[in-house]
Design a protein. Structure first.
Length: 443
């Protein structure tokens, strides 16, 4: 339905209200216009790409015919698109067992949760999923949040506001959700250490007051660069300087470790980490975030974190689907093995074609471009000319001058899909003079 909501019958008052506010000339209207003009001029204006995932043919999507709007480009006709930038790394969101679990839960429990868990009660599936996540990470307890963003923001803000004098040591490349939680903690101090630099972290820990409560916040897999932190080394420093550790495993759970417990499981150090945070929306393909820790920490957060207390709980259907996905991923390792084989094969095809990419120790394959406008144009050409969707990553997600395409080969990307992508990139990068750049190695 393409009807203009402002001009719809019965909505004349909305049109009048909008016109009145704009005529009044409030400075925020002028600010928005100027900000949008600047974003467009910098080549980093983002538009949504309408895509409908095909559950039985993933990673194939339908791109429907659409009219142009400020947030979406026009698509002249319906067509099929191969998606290369999904964070549903294992395709669990379309797995028949996971889908059926959601359907059954809707029949049994309805579409929504009915409120917060304190007000509307807690579903048995919520309790079961929290126990499953705690067991996956070898922790005493777990707590669900409505998203991975909220689990980071609410947990860090609550902990760092709990006692006077907290000092948070935060990796420079931590996710925006972690930064939001850290900044939102009243009375705490933040010390930023250089990315994955344990020498810098130790120097800053050593310079801090000995008796101050300290927390080290870091990630396992950094999703834009694809590098991996030294979890054991970070935990050793935490013990030496009496700090607790907070590890974001969002881009690792489901993918690393014998059961998908993340890099901390793979490296055998999950027991050394105090708080492990993760998502159910990437490796597990559904939705929601969580933390796992000791029972006391989890109970304190359950009773204190506003991001948990004051928002409606995840729908039981989402939780049931996530529970089915986690159990399946823990039991069957073939998806992880297949994904890493596909990543290796794709990198080899890129290398043979002379296409520049950043070699990382993870499953993420960045294609460096280095200019926001060219990155956007490259992505648009891939989509419009070849039916290939690859997300352009621009500032503020990455620093200016490091713009790139971020590719995530999965277990269902075929050799034919890879060959098509390599051929398209070869042609477009040659046109843009980018193919002569060498393959970059991740330090």
């Amino acid at each position: 339905m393409n009807e203009d909501p402002v001009n719809r019958p019965g909505c004349a008052w909305r049109k009048a209200a909008v016109s009145s506010n704009q005529v009044d000339g409030h400075p925020f209207f002028r600010f928005c216009r100027t900000a949008l003009e600047n974003i467009r001029a910098q080549g980093r204006y983002r538009q949504f790409t309408p895509l409908a995932r095909q559950a039985e043919r993933y990673p194939l999507y339908d791109q429907p015919e659409t009219q142009a709007t400020p947030s979406t480009p026009a698509c002249p006709q319906d067509r099929e698109v191969v998606v290369w930038s999904s964070n549903d790394y294992l395709g669990m969101g379309v797995d028949p067992v996971v889908v059926e679990a959601a359907i059954q839960a809707i029949h049994e429990h309805g579409a929504g949760a009915g409120g917060t868990r304190n007000i509307a009660g807690t579903s048995p599936v919520h309790t079961a999923l929290e126990a499953e996540m705690a067991d996956l990470h070898g922790k005493e307890a777990g707590l669900l949040f409505v998203s991975g963003y909220v689990s980071n923001q609410a947990t860090l803000q609550t902990i760092l506001s709990s006692m006077p004098g907290w000092i948070c040591f935060s990796d420079r490349l931590n996710h925006a959700s972690m930064i939001a939680g850290i900044k939102g903690a009243r009375g705490s101090t933040t010390v930023i250490y250089e990315h994955n630099d344990l020498a810098d972290l130790e120097a800053k820990l050593a310079a801090a007051p000995r008796d101050a409560p300290k927390l080290i916040a870091f990630e396992s897999v950094y999703s834009m660069d694809g590098d991996i932190s030294d979890i054991a080394g970070t935990c050793a420093l935490a013990r030496k300087y009496n700090a607790i550790t907070y590890l974001d495993e969002v881009h690792a759970v489901g993918l690393y470790g014998d059961q998908g417990g993340g890099v901390s499981e793979r490296d055998g150090v999950a027991g050394q980490v105090d708080i492990i945070e993760g998502t159910l929306a990437k490796g597990f393909g559904v939705h929601g975030g969580y933390i796992t820790a000791t029972s006391d920490i989890v109970e304190y957060l359950r009773l204190s974190a506003s991001g948990f207390i004051f928002t409606t709980a995840l729908p039981p259907a989402v939780v049931a689907a996530a529970l089915a996905s986690v159990r399946l991923v823990r039991k069957d390792g073939w998806r992880r093995e297949r994904m890493f084989e596909r990543v290796s094969t794709f990198r080899e095809k890129l290398r043979e074609a002379g296409i520049p990419f950043t070699m990382t120790p993870s499953h993420i394959v960045p294609i460096p471009v280095g200019d926001a406008q060219r990155c956007r144009e490259l992505s648009d050409r891939l989509l419009n000319d070849y039916g290939i969707y690859a997300t352009p990553i621009n500032y503020p997600t990455v620093p200016r001058g490091t713009e790139r395409l971020r590719l995530t080969p999965g277990p269902f990307h075929t050799d034919e899909m890879m060959d098509d992508m390599v051929a398209a990139l070869s042609h477009l990068l040659r046109i843009n003079d980018l193919a002569a750049q060498p393959v970059a190695a991740m330090a």
